[in-house]
Write a protein that binds this ligand. Structure first.
Ligand code: GCB
Length: 600
């Protein structure tokens, strides 16, 4: 080998090892303060310069140093100056043709200047970045984050300088065997800085987190707390709900936490009346405002109860994609586009699959009276025997629950989807995750979506060792699509290996290309609307045979992009199980489902 190349390779290798070691001791991001939108923010959204790094060599070149040629004979083989621009928030795949199918590294850069007030603290807050993130400020690494769908922050009070500051973010969305999700998934997992980036200025001691929700089992009593962060932990905190003429002062202890118990005659939040109250939390140095609803969700025997009354969950599955743009959804407009369709279908619940969606989605759903099912990206083939995976699950759970703890629309935490009963350490890991979830939040229902099943002689059997840990038994079944019918749908016998709990059909359906219609409806491979419609007609007949059925959710609202869906005529990179095409056209099955929800 040529000597020069050898030296370059050695240097590259040595640098990789060194940077891996450095990464190991690098700070992890802080779990973000909640309710970022109501803070004193300065947006860093907009156009960011980017360097595409498909081979990963940017690490070796130390892009964050932003080196410039020093002498006439010098040169540097990268530069943000003159580089392409990408919009933040937004995925990178949909913004540049050459990134359409890209799974790898993109370096982002934004310059800003900021004069922080006296006795103030400054944070850089990311709504979400998919998937691995390293953040550098003025050439210094300030930390990393793993996970594509939850917020995180870094404190930069001591790190910003007068004048121009340079923020560089390395984003890597390569699939990882021990990532969440792992190597395989059925959606386009858009990479990039997909949600808002803000500078947040707070007082020296600020309101980091709070929980203001009804106590489990109660329709009147709030059992909550407020948590401060900063030097002045023992402090007076005032909580006000003007509409109820409620005002209470509490004092935090030396851990910064103050308990909060009170009761009131709330008008309860429900899909028919999504009542929200303005809640103001104040200390001497900080104020946060929120819109909070009060409701009670519970399982009683084999029924799901909202505010003490049985409710049938009329659900729909939704991916976080703006179908018209073929891009990751993030804005209020995106949320309205998706949720308006769910409302028109007659839903009262949206299953936001298969990862925590952006806050606009949750807040908009809450205003529109849609209950939310929020899910972790613990999807299918997960390496449960890898201890790193277990800590990632734990952290993502904590970040998900913390962000949405005060959103009354969120009624279900779903901790996994279609993981396999026989996978080493799977049930133990998920059982313990369930326990942690209940410790973090005792008020909501917890489920795992399962698909351990058999179908013989029209007898459908489902089982899973996770059933005993969940409040609801959630079953994905694709009879009529992946599994052919074996008799009359109304004669299917259902055997649920753990009787007595509510059963929710979390996915069912089949594919059809909008506009591909004809009388014949008996060939799956025709991708005809009538075939999909037949699946729905039969599924609805079968639903009557399911013991303790508490709700259903078709898979899914819109056709969506998925790289594994390769049929050149009918799919073209789209999973076609939508009730709506990616252009919003209603397929025949839509009307079957709409009628069913009207009757329910
Ligand atoms: C499933 C998965 C969902 C898939 C769907 C399908 O069971 O949970 O993510 O996309 O099936 O279309 O096959």
């Amino acid at each position: 080998m040529n000597k020069r190349i050898e030296v370059i390779l050695f240097k590259g290798w040595a640098w990789m090892v060194l940077s891996m070691l450095l990464a190991a001791v690098n700070a992890h991001a802080q779990t973000a303060m909640i309710n970022a939108q109501s803070r004193h923010t300065t947006s860093l959204n907009g156009e960011w310069n980017v360097i595409l790094d498909p081979t990963g060599i940017g690490e070796w070149r130390q892009i964050w140093q932003e080196r410039k040629p020093l002498v006439k004979t010098d040169f540097v083989e990268y530069s943000f100056e003159g580089s392409p621009l990408l919009k933040v928030p937004g995925d990178f795949n949909s913004q540049m043709r050459e990134l359409t199918y890209f799974e790898g590294i993109v370096w982002y850069k934004k310059e800003f200047s900021y004069a922080a007030g006296k006795n103030k603290r400054l944070f850089v807050h990311f709504g979400a970045v998919n998937y691995l993130t390293d953040v550098y400020l003025n050439g210094e690494k300030i930390g990393s984050h793993e996970g594509g769908f939850t917020p995180f922050q870094f404190e930069i009070t001591q790190k910003i300088k007068p004048g121009t500051n340079s923020l560089i973010v390395k984003v890597d969305n390569k699939r990882l065997k021990n990532g969440l999700p792992g190597l395989g998934y059925d959606w386009l997992n858009y990479g990039g800085i997909t949600r808002d980036v803000n500078l947040i200025e707070t007082g020296n001691t600020y309101i980091e987190d709070y929980s203001i929700q009804l106590r489990k089992g109660s329709q009147k009593e709030v059992s909550g707390w407020v948590k401060l962060n900063g030097a002045d932990k023992q402090n007076h905190i005032k909580i006000r709900i003007p509409e109820l003429k409620f005002e209470r002062s509490v004092k935090s202890g030396n851990n910064g936490v103050a308990g909060l118990q009170f009761s009131s005659s709330f008008k309860l939040w429900s899909p028919d009346d999504p009542k929200l109250y303005k809640v103001i939390i104040e200390t001497e140095t900080d104020t946060v405002e929120d819109e909070i609803g009060f409701r009670n969700i519970a399982v009683k025997g084999n029924k799901v109860m909202l505010n003490g009354k049985e409710i049938f969950l009329k659900g729909i599955n939704i991916h976080e994609e703006n179908p018209f743009k073929g891009a990751r959804a993030f804005s209020k407009e995106d949320a309205l586009l998706l949720l308006n369709q769910a409302k028109q279908l007659g839903c009262n619940l949206v299953r936001l699959a298969h990862y925590p969606h952006n806050e606009n989605m949750i807040k908009q759903a809450e205003r529109m009276g849609l209950m939310v099912w929020s899910e972790l990206p613990v999807y299918q083939h997960i390496e449960f025997s890898d201890t790193a995976v277990l800590s990632k699950m734990d952290l993502m759970l904590k970040e998900m629950v913390r962000r949405d703890r005060n959103r009354c629309s969120v009624v279900i935490w779903s901790l996994s989807n279609e993981t396999y009963d026989g996978t080493p350490n799977r049930t133990k890991a998920l059982a313990s995750l369930t326990q942690v979830c209940r410790q973090l939040d005792s008020t909501r229902l917890v489920t795992h979506v399962t698909n351990s099943q058999s179908y013989n002689n029209n007898a459908f059997k489902v089982w899973d060792s996770l059933y005993k840990y969940t409040d609801i038994i959630s079953v994905n079944e694709y009879i009529g699509w992946y599994i052919p019918w074996q008799g009359k749908p109304e004669n299917v016998t259902w055997n649920v290996a753990f009787p007595g709990k509510p059963v929710f059909i979390s996915e069912f359906g089949g594919e059809a290309l909008f506009g591909n219609v004809s009388e014949a409806a008996d060939e799956a491979a025709s991708w005809r609307e009538e075939y999909q419609q037949q699946i729905y007609i039969k599924q609805l007949r079968m639903f009557n045979t399911i013991p303790n059925l508490c709700g259903v959710a078709p898979w899914l609202l819109f056709d969506y992009r998925s790289l594994g869906r390769m049929h050149p005529v009918y799919q073209k990179g789209y999973n076609r199980k939508g009730l709506l095409s990616e252009k919003g056209e209603r397929k025949k099955a839509w009307f079957i489902m709409e009628q069913y929800y009207k009757r329910k």
